[in-house]
Design a protein around this ligand. Structure first.
Ligand code: CO8
Length: 372
């Protein structure tokens, strides 16, 4: 028997923000800031806020739009962050709600019931609380017997979570695993930072992993292997955490939100990801040219082009390496799974593809899949 991915679910929020809307809001905020601080800026005590541009965003990143779980407040120039309604302990949490919606779709695609699953992994860039785990809340809501836990691995949370699932099925300790990525990134986006206000969107994805012996899916993939690697870097960072309350740092400061040295990330991560994919394939005797599909992390169109060019000696076509970041932006760990969810049914039995994530940590994760 083999370990298979038998179903994938994608839940997309109801609200979206186009580059134009985002830039109009940011620029109005920046102009208000510059007017309010006119004297200090003139004296050189404060730097003026530079203006953003929709044309720059699309050219530098490939992003045209992003989805957002709660749009209210995010574009209000007197707030510049979304408003999330406070829910009491008896209500389902925001992140569990997203996770449950994606999980139900994955179960349906895999033709599975709650009783077929005994392990729930919620793996994403942030969880909205430390405990009880979001995964256990999801497990209870879906009526799953077994266990669940949360994992945080920034942009590689999905692939690292999938590796845990694959190992559990291989070991025989689980019969069916749900790996869910409720990426609620918008609370951590600094909508007052021109360099990063456009990068992220919200979404939730989920994948069912099981044995080929129990698989009843119309579209399933053998997982030939998975490979994870991390290498410490401060170039992508968020300093907000549970100790913020007692260090007396300002929880609203830029340091507490997502921030990065984007150029360095670009230069360092692209070769790492390309080498990772190449060596992973090589260890299975697979040539890069044999790959029918690359479900790559969706951070930046130019990164994906560079990685595929390094490996293929030419740009990958959209059919080979599908792009979803124009519509979804960077959704942390969910990006490669969205690409997989939208572009896997057309492959033929025996076709080989690779899911690969890369991002903060640094962390890189890949899975080699073969259509059944
Ligand atoms: N509008 C107009 N001009 C701009 C803007 C803007 N919005 N932003 C920057 N500029 C200007 C810059 O100031 C600069 O001007 P100058 O040349 O005068 O200094 C010029 O445009 C070029 O700027 P950059 O060099 O920064 O531009 P790049 O072409 O390098 O593009 C990118 C910037 C898009 C950020 C690019 O560097 C990039 O994508 N790098 C890769 C980064 C990446 O992939 N990061 C992923 C991190 S995500 C992750 O790991 C998960 C974290 C967890 C989730 C977090 C959720 C919140």
């Amino acid at each position: 028997s083999s370990v298979v991915i038998s179903g994938v679910g994608l839940w997309t929020p109801a609200y979206s923000i186009s580059n134009e809307e985002l830039v109009d809001s940011y620029n109005a905020w920046a102009e208000q800031f510059n007017a309010k601080n006119f004297d200090a800026i003139e004296k050189g005590q404060i730097e003026a806020k530079p203006l953003s541009s929709a044309a720059f965003i699309e050219k530098a990143s490939g992003i045209k739009s992003r989805y957002i779980y709660s749009k209210e407040g995010a574009l209000d120039i007197n707030r510049m962050r979304p408003i999330l309604e406070v829910r009491n302990d008896e209500q389902v949490s925001h992140q569990a709600e997203m996770a449950i919606a994606a999980a139900k779709k994955a179960l349906e695609a895999a033709n599975k019931k709650a009783s077929d699953i005994d392990m729930v992994i919620v793996s994403c860039a942030y969880t909205q609380r430390s405990y009880p785990a979001i995964a256990i809340e999801v497990q209870a809501a879906l009526g799953i017997e077994g266990f669940g836990f949360d994992m945080l691995v920034a942009c590689s949370a999905a692939t690292f979570g999938l590796q845990r699932a694959v190992d559990a099925i291989k070991a025989g300790s689980s019969k069916g695993v749900l790996v869910i990525n409720p990426e609620l990134t918008s609370p951590q986006v600094n909508y007052m930072d021109r360099d990063s206000h456009f990068i992220f969107g919200d979404v939730a994805t989920a994948v069912v992993v099981e044995s080929s012996e129990t698989c009843q899916s119309a579209h399933s993939f053998d997982v030939l292997s998975s490979k994870c690697i991390t290498s410490y870097s401060n170039n992508i960072r968020s300093n907000f955490g549970y100790t913020t309350r007692v260090t007396d740092e300002d929880p609203y400061s830029a340091d507490m939100l997502f921030h990065q040295n984007g150029r360095k990330v670009f230069k360092e991560v692209c070769p790492m990801a390309a080498d990772h994919i190449e060596s992973h394939l090589k260890s299975h005797g697979i040539q890069v040219s044999e790959l029918k599909r690359w479900w790559l992390h969706q951070a930046n169109i130019n990164m994906n082009l560079l990685i595929s060019k390094r490996l293929l000696g030419r740009d990958a076509t959209l059919e080979e390496a599908p792009v979803v970041l124009d519509e979804y932006a960077n959704t942390a760990s969910a990006g490669s799974i969205i690409a997989f969810a939208k572009h896997h049914k057309d492959l033929a039995a025996g076709d080989i593809g690779v899911i690969c994530s890369f991002g903060a940590g640094y962390s890189i994760g890949s899975l080699i899949l073969r259509k059944r």
